[in-house]
Design a protein around this ligand. Structure first.
Ligand SMILES: Cc1cc2nc3c(=O)[nH]c(=O)nc-3n(C[C@H](O)[C@H](O)[C@H](O)COP(=O)(O)OP(=O)(O)OC[C@H]3O[C@@H](n4cnc5c(N)ncnc54)[C@H](O)[C@@H]3O)c2cc1C
Length: 555
């Protein structure tokens, strides 16, 4: 479909991809395989996205590495050796670099270049894309592989700029090692990054003060080295694992499917099942029963179990009580996976400060002051998370039809059809966007599904001489309503989570990801494609406008 092969208006690239994390890399690989001309822009200096930026101590995946890895190449999954059950960040970054080299991706990626603006030219049916180096290129399609957790959120705390020591954000960590030896460290935030980094920083620092607004549920990772036998056993069953994670699992993770609810078992039986999962460690704790996300009474049994574990581990009853989450049902905020997090609060050099009851009033040059006390430290770590799912998209000035910007359209919350496209923004695709399972899943499974679907759609268009693809507004409205309806049938909206945009002041409270399950969602997307891209309008320029108003009978 490149310009030289057709009589259509000239454009420099068939596709511009924004971002070179796992999504952008695989998108590039697929599109090149189909013979499209592709340019990837990445604001960072290398590939890997999340794993390029999040270099904080203790950073590692919480989906097991044998599963948190690409499946598109059997050679790749057979030859790569994961060293641990949950690989640490440097190893995942090494893997991303290996993939870039093995599939010869680098020469198509322009690093250290941010996409600032993208404007749809309705007369020529192409995107004009302006980058931070001041250039503008044209492309038929643009794919936003900008990441759901890639816009590190600096908290708006009075006096932050006045802090005299070093300030680190976990989501934008320096490339050179940071040594906290002999230092007093303040750490704000107890989400996943705070929970992963706390034990490691505590082991190094003279003193660590952890400032907690919301206690979070965390399950032990039980991380360990993988033996060659374990790796091989897993590799042998890859066909079944990958099939299950794509087609059956709700969250893209290989595990037993629960066949009963928590209240179907008596207290002793239930306790021993929770205990077994606690001992096994990891994210499958939540799939011990099939109603933990749906039924508050069932959920309470799991939450009580974990609160009981915290009380057992943490010696000081007051600290244990503070660490016990009570503000949300278990699992409705991203559940954390830790190594020795709760036990770290038994160390003499660690203090937990509750900033829910006594909020931070001001950062001082050498510490901070809450409503109750003043705390001194030499270095500050901000584990304050991300403007999730929409943050990185919103930072690009995207203009679609009739000069409407995506930020205007999404002012009341993101609106997409299948999480893949937004009506009024033709030929613009989003990978793991709001309205798709995305952050509720093993994201590599969801990334591969979206990339394959988009690549197939572009191939379909090329074969038929179609030039413009666009989500239909009716289909989009129905999908948004469906995403909301499914979410509100669960306990998830009860939590003030980043799934709801609740961590960003002023952000609309909408449950953003699709909670219907990875397998169900894939089937819906496949059906849409099989029915001639139902709910999308496809246009062939040379035949004039060929708009198909789709019936949208999906749900
Ligand atoms: C600490 C941490 C641990 C995680 N662990 C897991 C896990 O165990 N399992 C799991 O499933 N998921 C995990 N995730 C989620 C993780 O983000 C995804 O698994 C996956 O890495 C996302 O890949 P991506 O390519 O979609 O996005 P990213 O990896 O975020 O990559 C997006 C890239 O786009 C670039 N970009 C954004 N905007 C622009 C722009 N305007 N111009 C140019 N470049 C731009 C960014 O610099 C970034 O490099 C974790 C996330 C974090 C932060």
């Amino acid at each position: 479909m490149s310009a030289s092969e057709t009589s259509e208006p000239r454009h420099q690239y068939d596709v511009v991809v924004v971002g070179a994390g796992f999504a952008g890399m695989y998108m590039l690989h697929r599109l090149r395989g189909l013979g499209f001309t592709v340019r990837v822009y990445e604001q960072g200096g290398g590939v890997g996205g999340t794993w390029y930026w999040n270099r904080y101590p203790g950073a590692r995946c919480d989906v097991e590495s044998m599963q948190y890895s690409y499946s598109f190449s059997d050679e790749l999954q057979q030859e790569w050796d994961w060293s641990e059950r949950y690989a640490p960040q440097p190893e995942i970054l090494k893997y991303a670099n290996h993939v870039a080299d093995r599939f010869d991706l680098r020469s198509h990626i322009q690093f250290n270049t941010r996409v600032d603006r993208a404007e749809f030219d309705e007369s020529e049916n192409l995107w004009r894309i302006t980058t931070s180096d001041g250039r503008t290129v044209t492309a038929r399609f643009i794919v936003l592989a900008t990441g759901c957790l890639s816009n590190a959120r600096m908290p708006d705390i009075k006096g932050l700029a006045s802090f005299e020591g070093p300030v680190y954000h976990t989501g934008n960590w320096p490339h050179e090692p940071v040594d906290f030896t002999g230092l007093r460290v303040g750490l704000i935030g107890t989400g996943s990054s705070g929970i992963q980094s706390t034990p490691v920083i505590a082991g190094q620092a003279k003193h660590l003060t952890v400032f907690q607004r919301t206690a979070n549920f965390s399950i032990p990772a039980r991380n360990a080295k993988l033996t060659e036998d374990e790796r091989q056993a897993f590799r042998n069953k890859y066909p079944e694992v990958r099939r299950f994670t794509r087609e059956v699992a709700r969250n893209g993770i290989y595990t037993e499917l629960p066949d009963r609810g928590a209240l179907d078992d008596g207290a002793n039986e239930r306790h021993s099942k929770y205990e077994a999962r606690w001992q096994r460690g990891g994210l499958t704790f939540m799939s011990v029963y099939n109603d933990l996300g749906l039924n508050k009474a069932a959920n309470d049994t799991a939450a009580d179990f974990v609160r009981g574990k915290i009380a057992e581990i943490v010696a000081d009853p007051q600290t244990a009580a503070l660490l016990q989450p009570r503000s949300h049902p278990i699992g409705t905020k991203r559940i954390c996976i830790d190594t020795d997090y709760f036990a770290t609060f038994n160390r003499d050099n660690v203090t937990l400060v509750d900033i829910k009851s006594s909020p931070i009033e001001e950062i001082l040059p050498r510490g901070l002051r809450t409503a109750a006390a003043t705390y001194a430290f030499d270095a500050l770590v901000l584990a304050t998370g991300f403007d999730a799912m929409t943050g990185s998209v919103a930072r690009i000035d995207i203009k679609g039809r009739k000069e409407q910007t995506l930020n205007q359209k999404w002012a009341e919350g993101p609106k997409t059809y299948l999480g893949l496209m937004s009506a009024g923004f033709p030929n613009l695709f989003i990978i793991t966007g709001p309205g798709s399972p995305s952050v509720l899943s093993n994201m590599i499974v969801s990334i591969e599904q979206h990339v394959d679907w988009i690549a197939d759609a572009l191939g379909h268009m090329r074969e038929r001489g179609l030039v413009v693809m666009e989500a239909d507004e009716v289909a989009e409205d129905k999908w948004v309503a469906h995403v909301n309806e499914v979410a509100h049938g669960t306990l998830y909206p009860q939590a003030n989570s980043w799934y709801m945009g609740a961590n960003i002041p002023g952000k609309p409270r909408i449950f953003m990801p699709y909670i219907g399950g990875v397998g169900v969602y894939r089937q819906i997307c496949n059906n849409v494609a099989a029915n001639g891209y139902e709910g999308f309008a496809l246009t062939a320029a040379e035949r004039g406008v060929m708009r198909r108003e789709a019936a949208v009978p999906l749900l």
